[in-house]
Ligand binder design. Structure first.
Ligand SMILES: NC(=O)c1ccc[n+]([C@@H]2O[C@H](COP(=O)([O-])OP(=O)(O)OC[C@H]3O[C@@H](n4cnc5c(N)ncnc54)[C@H](OP(=O)(O)O)[C@@H]3O)[C@@H](O)[C@H]2O)c1
Length: 311
């Protein structure tokens, strides 16, 4: 680590701790916790609150045209909104997911808390415009809350379009995404130099590379952070799910591994929300439980890492 790195980390850490102390709504412990409003974090650019647990849609909502299967996803989304869900994340890369999300949203009585987030994913700037318009039609949204440049594909071109769209009120926030730890140096350079509202990246109890530079930089730059692959696409359950929860799980109001994995993520001071994906109502309810009750402090976060690494 260079002196510059250390400086960045220290300044960002101090800023993020101060911001988290002011921003995080810590709910009551379990029991009452189940009925309380979800924990939220403010979007740094505006202060608008976002529930700390959102929803991804890769694979889980790419179910094609079967009405029978689509209707099971309506139930999953119903459970999401019943539990105070906000952000839904998708992409034109995810097959039929955007169409299926639109199908579900049209069938639900109350989607007022929706925070719509999708991506532009094409090498051509002109095609990006067509793609974003197509996504609006598929979801049934007049404009997205958040439009992200998927995996930095032609980020220069799409950023030019999106800054213009944002100035016209055509989209509310703009962001960039990466995952699996890919292209962090390029990602960091875009974060540092451009007026990005949101970044999306991978962070979980095993994949902690983002702690080193990207999370401190997001805090310093006032950029909201969405965390993808919170379960490493179910691998965390396969590796650790058959082991007992650590004894301090109860102190974090965690009744299961899903909540432990998610609370580990959203308790990082720079993180705004996590977006676990699921095709099941029972899993959705478990996941949304992580938006309630107490979160681990830094000591419990470190003990949780040590525990899973010992299994
Ligand atoms: N570059 C990018 O922009 C990028 C890259 C990757 C991901 N993403 C976004 O991030 C989202 C999340 O990442 P991901 O879908 O790769 O993986 P993930 O959310 O880490 O894992 C999803 C898997 O976990 C299982 N699961 C969910 N809740 C569970 C629970 N309570 N108990 C047991 N299993 C559970 C799901 O199976 P069930 O269906 O059986 O519940 C599914 O197989 C994506 O859907 C996508 O929206 C973006």
């Amino acid at each position: 680590m260079t002196d510059g790195d250390r400086d960045l980390t220290r300044r960002a850490f101090l800023a993020s701790v101060a911001a988290a102390g002011a921003a995080l709504t810590v709910g009551p412990p379990s029991g009452a916790a189940a009925k309380a409003a979800p924990l939220t974090r403010p979007i740094p650019a505006t202060g608008e609150p976002v529930p700390v647990i959102g929803m991804g849609s890769w694979g889980t909502f790419d179910v094609g045209g079967s009405t029978r299967v689509r209707d099971t996803r309506v139930e999953v989304l119903e459970a999401f909104f019943e539990n105070g869900g906000g952000m839904i994340d998708s992409s034109p890369m995810y097959g039929s997911s955007e169409e299926v999300i639109g199908y579900c949203l049209r069938r639900l009585p109350d989607t007022g808390s929706l925070f719509s987030a999708t991506k532009v994913w094409t090498p051509f700037q002109w095609h990006g415009v067509k793609q974003m318009e197509a996504s609006e039609a598929l979801w049934g949204e007049d404009r997205f809350d958040l439009m992200q440049i998927h995996n930095l594909v032609n980020w220069e071109g799409h950023l030019e379009t999106l800054l213009e769209w944002k100035a016209r009120g055509r989209v509310r926030y703009i962001g960039i995404t990466t995952s699996h730890g890919r292209r962090h140096r390029d990602f960091e350079a875009v974060m540092a130099a451009h007026p990005i509202d949101f970044v999306q990246l991978t962070y979980n109890v095993l994949d902690r590379e983002a702690e080193r530079r990207l999370l401190p930089l997001a805090a310093e730059r006032g950029q909201a952070v969405i965390v993808n692959r919170p379960f490493r696409r179910a691998e965390l359950f396969r590796r650790f799910g058959h082991h007992p929860l650590p004894p301090w799980a109860a102190d974090m109001d965690c009744a299961n591994w899903a909540q432990l994995f998610l609370k580990f993520i959203v308790s990082h001071p720079a993180v705004t929300c996590a977006i676990p994906a699921t095709s099941r109502v029972d899993h959705m309810r478990e996941n949304m439980g992580a938006a309630r009750g107490r979160l681990p402090d830094e000591a419990l976060r470190r003990r949780t890492i040590a525990y899973v690494e010992s299994l």
